[in-house]
Design a protein around this ligand. Structure first.
Ligand SMILES: [Zn+2]
Ligand SMILES: [Zn+2]
Length: 141
């Protein structure tokens, strides 16, 4: 399934190909995502970036050795989190131009979530250490 996405000013447009017919969404509570987006990142899990329009408006900021955060350099909209070793894109769900339904399946870096908010959805929750362990195991397989 493919769905279209765009930034606030419309300079950047692209399609996201979703791997499954029942797409899933996750929340990241880490302090970097919260600073980047102004709140927790609600992300589409592992979509493919396709058919980019306005590529010159996309700036990639290397936020760590293993990740890039893409944004529109005209309006500042956060466009994607790119996990370099896994070559995986994660997109903020708010970029979508349609009202697709998602299953809110998990929350990561739950140990970095501040106490002043919580989500009531039933999800699988992982701490930062559990997330890193998970990716190390994936790398070995
Ligand atoms: Zn823009
Ligand atoms: Zn995060």
């Amino acid at each position: 399934m493919e769905t279209s996405a765009s930034c606030l000013c419309g300079s950047v447009k692209f399609d996201i190909e979703l791997s499954n017919s029942e797409p899933e969404m996750a929340a990241c509570h880490c302090s970097m995502c919260r600073k980047w987006l102004g709140g927790p990142m609600l992300a589409i899990d592992n979509g493919m970036l396709k058919n980019i329009t306005g590529e010159s408006f996309i700036t990639r900021y290397s936020s760590s050795e293993w990740a890039q955060r893409g944004f529109c350099n005209k309006c500042g909209t956060s466009l994607f989190y790119y996990l370099v070793p896994a070559e995986q894109y994660h997109f903020p769900v708010g970029l979508l131009d349609s009202e697709l339904q998602f299953k809110f399946s998990h929350q990561i870096f739950i140990d970095e979530k501040p106490d002043y908010y919580f989500f009531g959805n039933e999800t699988q929750n992982m701490t930062g250490a559990e997330v890193f362990a998970h990716f190390e195991n994936e790398g070995n397989s």
